[in-house]
Ligand binder design. Structure first.
Ligand code: 2HA
Ligand code: ZN
Length: 270
């Protein structure tokens, strides 16, 4: 058996968290990550019968029963994940009945998963139905995306259109658009259900005055998606109050979509 902290699936999350911290997105204990790891990768590192602690949940996660997740710990700081993975991360397996999970490694100071774990699991379940290769959910607090939710209309269509107009690449990176939720209390199953409902259409969901959920088939894809949205939002926040002399027109976005053969949200353009 190899040491868990040498596993690629742990090192990928350490690297991801360090990058997110350096982007300025994850102040203090802000943000959380959950990474679905296939059993064939886990078994070289874990004796799955050696359960350290059991937790119960107040919702049904049976669609991901038996699946393994690396999850950031509640109250833990992203800036410390790189140096102390065994305290700040946990490796869990969802129980066969979907009503709880077993801790197999990590949270060595007695910790537990992020308060947003219900939202993460519900998002995983929603994305896996659409994309069997889906693996990761990340939540973070990017500055300009949050700022934009104060001054911009919050419909999926209006928000997506503005982001698409900010950088030519945007419609290529997220042709399906972005979902947007109004401000809600976080950490509960209600926001989890609202987020997962949007995840049926989008890989990313913005929480007004809070942050963003991004998903993908691997850490790079999810990070790249959020990075692109955040950059577009930054441009918006730099120009929104200035007279605009030229911009990308809907007709031009359509030409681009044609050139790149994009399966995009056609009803989001005029
Ligand atoms: O983990 O970001 O939304 C802290 C948070 C809660
Ligand atoms: Zn948050």
């Amino acid at each position: 058996m190899y040491a868990v902290k040498d596993a690629r699936f742990i090192q990928e999350i350490q690297k991801l968290a360090a990058n997110m911290y350096r982007m300025g997105w994850d102040e203090r204990n802000g943000g959380n990550i959950s990474y679905l790891v296939p059993e064939e990768e886990v078994r070289y590192y874990i004796d799955s019968s050696a359960v350290r602690r059991h937790f119960s949940m107040d919702f049904d996660a049976s669609p991901v029963a038996g699946k393994y997740f690396v999850v950031t710990g509640t109250t833990k700081y992203f800036k410390n994940i790189e140096e102390y993975p065994e305290v700040n991360l946990g490796l869990l397996r969802i129980s066969d009945d979907g009503k709880g999970y077993d801790l197999l490694w990590g949270y060595e100071d007695g910790g537990r998963p992020t308060s947003e774990f219900p939202s993460h699991l519900m998002s995983h379940i929603a994305r896996l139905k659409i994309d069997p290769k889906h693996r990761i959910v990340m939540h973070t607090h990017p500055i300009n995306t949050i700022a934009m939710t104060f001054v911009h209309e919050l419909s999926d269509r209006a928000f997506t259109r503005t982001l698409w107009q900010m950088i030519t690449e945007c419609i290529v990176v997220f042709p399906e658009g972005v979902g947007v939720l109004p401000w809600m209390v976080c950490g509960n199953t209600e926001i989890g259900e609202a987020t997962a409902a949007k995840m049926k259409q989008y890989r990313s969901v913005i929480w007004a005055q809070h942050g963003i959920f991004g998903t993908g088939q691997d850490p790079d894809e999810a990070f790249g998606l959020i990075e692109t949205i955040e950059k577009a939002a930054e441009i918006y926040m730099k120009i929104a109050h200035l007279p605009i002399l030229q911009n990308i027109k809907d007709e031009e976005l359509k030409e681009l979509a044609k050139a790149f053969q994009l399966d995009y949200r056609k009803d989001f353009l005029d």
